[in-house]
Design a binder for this molecule. Sequence first.
Ligand code: AMP
Ligand code: MN
Ligand code: MN
Ligand code: MN
Length: 304
Amino acid sequence: MPAIDLHAHSTISDGLLSPEAVVTLAAQRGGRVFALTDHDDVSGLAAARACAEKLGLRFVSGVEISVTYSDRVTLHVVGLAVDEQHPLLAQGLAQIRHGRLERAKLMGEGLAKAGIPGAFAGAQARAQNPEIISRTHFARFLVETGVVKDVKSVFKRYLVRGKPGYVKHTWASLSDAIAWIHAAGGVAVLAHPGRYDIGRSAMLDLLKNFKALGGDGIEVVTANHHPEQVQFFAQQAALLELKASLGSDYHGPGETYFEPGVLPELPAHLQPIWRDFLPEQDWAWAEAPVPVPRIEAMPAAESH
Ligand code: AMP
Ligand code: MN
Ligand code: MN
Ligand code: MN
């Protein structure tokens, strides 16, 4: 298994572990190259990088940007190897975070009308970063207070379009997200494409548009993909000459199908995205297979 993981979350967004704890876990599992990619926020990167340096882990500065595409589809674009101080990126992310607080209040109001009071406060209390209150925090509140049995059911019943806690929201545009990442010197990766529920021809259009806007790569291996989706997106990456990325999308113990740090191989013959930002002399080291870690994944919660 390659010791490379280019997508993971901490308490800076909707992960359960601190930036240092996620990095430490990835290193303990044998990880070599690791990106922290919190939603819309880069404020965990400095602590994560310092910790990674101590542990001999090659750290990649990342962020997962929320995007609204063709007026109604939410997409996630991961920026890798970004200069997190770049003003264009920093300002763009600040704008997205600003919208999140207002949205969370409206989500709370929607849930209150559906007979669930206190959800905004409950989500807020679970968000360690006051600027990133996400649906995940609402979901954890609803599960922990016994309203719904598990996170997957919360999303289905309360947090997706047409449900009481759903609030239509406009995030960044796809072209802005890619432009900010490029301005900050990074590469733009379409996260977990298999998760977007848009039908096959809209998906093919999306991939083409992403490429045309300058997108660099797509996640092929992610906890969010079934094996057929890995094959499908591998094929699309090759056809469109997009690089391939891989990431756990780790959110915390018991919440994600993959543990962080060490992941299944990318299908052969793809161009790995990390070669865009790792010096050539490190490729062989980074890509060397490592044994399956002994600290093994716990029984998987539904991946997302
Ligand atoms: P937000 O950015 O506030 O809309 O929250 C999105 C986050 O919710 C994603 O990054 C996932 O972590 C989580 N999520 C989205 N859909 C699901 C789902 N069906 N089940 C579990 N978690 C989900
Ligand atoms: Mn998330
Ligand atoms: Mn995502
Ligand atoms: Mn993610």
